[in-house]
Design a protein around this ligand. Structure first.
Ligand code: 3UK
Length: 514
């Protein structure tokens, strides 16, 4: 196994700058808006770095970005790292109060936001005194904010990188849990090249002539790693799609236009592509490999994709705490339906609830150990102590290993759901439903949608005076859409006279799961 030695003082902007000067003229980034060479990206990164410094942003300060995948997302990301500040990647699908929490928790001083997402920020800006600077990508810039293009124009295109320690924090991503606030997960500069080498190169076999395309957005580490860090680490190019990946046509058109060799996608999106009647009209000949992560990929989807496109899908499990994938299938060694084998460089073990290793073949709690593991959750002492156990990380997943060493996902040890590869806390959906006048009690569980993928299903009892009708069910779903990110909405509402409960009145979710 090849593991690069990271110098003591290391700044992860090196993943971009290692391409200079040799690949200065090579296209680093394809997008509908602009295509940029490595030289052009590096120059704009330096301008953004100067512009951040001119605002007084220094080592250790937090700089957030809330934008669709775009050249600006990338330049702000690397500029933040380069000056020794910490990048906060915000999920573009959230609601204003969720942004308020994350911006406050991270004490973000500067936020770069796309104009389409600006209203959510303007709504909460007054609650955030520490948010000194808002920079807007676009032309529609309100009083008190800066316009990205003006902000960087005239700034020098040369900038010396801050001599960060390899263990200095450089990124923060928020992940949600069953209870409490989202958890800010910090990663160090060293984690970025290590994950690129351990999985991107050693397992996936990325090459300089590759072109990657991810439907997973850059604000997830699945996207940042797969579609930015890994390709640039080997001198390959990436393709960014600003639009929503849930529109299958967007994905297919991007493949036609930019001809990727590698596609990263979540299982739901493979299922959506397979459901398209005219899939056969599209040309997939540029692709050599497909990747799936975020939730487990059912074997029928793997087979369906193979039959329709001739392509293999590499399924691997990763998590934000590790940065990327740590158990994976690999080209030439795949077992459809399984997550594959531990990635060299990582160790895994399956533990029972008493924290002893389970017997061979039994289901256990997955613990993992490896050199890219985060050390803690920001501002969450108790949750950190339960999850980060010395060298080991408790993932919250249930797994079993077969006699050939392949790992099979058997669900979660908490009630958390992965929907389209993104976390949904049933408790959040329940508390949203409870805000509706008609709802007396409710319970949300994950349900197989028929393609082997999980979607939220809500069981609801009604307040006196309300009738269980289809119209009310639709109204409740619409209410959820309005008050939460769209993907969290229940897909089915089932009205019940009573919810199953224990003698002490606790809702028995397992009985609803049947
Ligand atoms: C689940 C999977 C079965 C699992 C991620 C690749 O998903 C990523 O990170 P998150 O922090 O969630 C982690 C959790 O998601 N999961 C992810 N992949 C699979 N379950 N099969 C899979 N292939 O519960 C895990 O604990 O959002 C994935 C790379 C980087 C990532 N951050």
């Amino acid at each position: 196994m090849h593991l690069p030695a990271i110098p003591t003082y290391y700044n992860a902007v090196e993943i971009l700058e290692r391409n200079l000067p040799e690949r200065a003229g090579k296209v680093a980034l394809y997008s509908a808006a602009r295509c940029l060479s490595f030289g052009e990206v590096a120059a704009e990164v330096n301008q953004v770095g100067h512009a951040l410094k001119a605002l007084g942003i220094r080592f250790g300060d937090y700089v957030a970005i809330l934008a669709p995948d775009s050249p600006e997302w990338v330049t702000v990301f690397f500029a933040t790292l380069k000056i020794g500040a910490v990048h906060v990647g915000l999920n573009t699908l959230l609601k204003p109060q969720e942004y308020a929490y994350m911006l406050r928790d991270s004490r973000t001083r500067a936020l770069v936001v796309h104009q389409a997402l600006l209203p959510a920020i303007l709504e909460i800006r007054e609650q955030l005194p520490q948010l000194e600077h808002v920079i807007v990508i676009g032309d529609d810039v309100p009083e008190g904010s800066l316009r990205y293009a003006d902000w960087i124009s005239g700034q020098p295109t040369e900038l010396a990188a801050e001599a960060t320690h390899r263990d200095d924090i450089c990124t923060l991503n928020y992940s949600s849990g069953t209870t409490g606030d989202p958890k800010g997960i910090p990663h160090a500069h060293k984690d970025l090249p290590l994950t690129a080498q351990l999985w991107g190169v050693n397992v996936l076999g990325l090459r300089e002539d590759d072109r990657t395309f991810a439907t997973a957005k850059l604000f997830f580490t699945f996207g940042t790693g797969g579609n930015l860090l890994f390709p640039w680490y080997v001198g390959a190019s990436c393709i960014l799609l600003a639009g929503p990946p849930r529109v299958a046509a967007n994905v297919l058109n991007t493949i036609q236009q930019f001809q990727p060799t590698i596609l990263y996608n979540a299982p739901t999106s493979y299922a959506a592509l397979l459901a398209m009647e005219n899939l056969g009209d599209y040309d997939f000949s540029s692709l050599r490999l497909c990747v799936s992560a975020g939730e487990s990929l059912p074997a029928p989807i793997w087979q369906g994709w193979k039959e329709r496109t001739g392509l293999d899908i590499i399924d691997g499990i990763g998590c934000t705490e590790i940065y990327h994938i740590f158990i994976s299938n690999r080209p030439g060694d795949m077992r459809p339906g399984s997550s594959g084998k531990p990635v060299p460089g990582f160790e895994v073990k399956l533990m029972d609830d008493a924290e002893q290793e389970v017997a061979a073949g039994d289901i256990g709690n997955l613990w993992v150990k490896g050199p890219t593991t985060a050390l803690f959750y920001l501002h969450q002492y108790e949750k950190s102590r339960r999850t980060f156990r010395g060298e080991w990380l408790v993932t919250g997943d249930k797994y079993r290993v077969d006699e050939d060493g392949y790992y099979w996902h058997c669900g979660r040890s908490d009630d958390m759901l992965k929907v389209g590869g993104i976390w949904v806390a049933p408790t959040e959906v329940e508390s949203t439903l409870l805000r509706h006048n008609a709802v007396l009690e409710c319970a949300v569980i994950g349900m197989n949608d028929g393609a082997g993928l999980t979607k939220p299903r809500a069981y609801v009892t009604l307040q006196p005076g309300y009738e269980p009708t289809d119209t009310l069910a639709e109204e409740l779903i619409a209410f959820c859409r309005e008050h939460m990110a769209d993907y969290k909405r229940p897909r089915w509402i089932e009205f019940m006279a009573e919810l199953p409960k224990t003698a002490t009145g606790k809702i028995q979710r397992y009985r609803l799961r049947g």
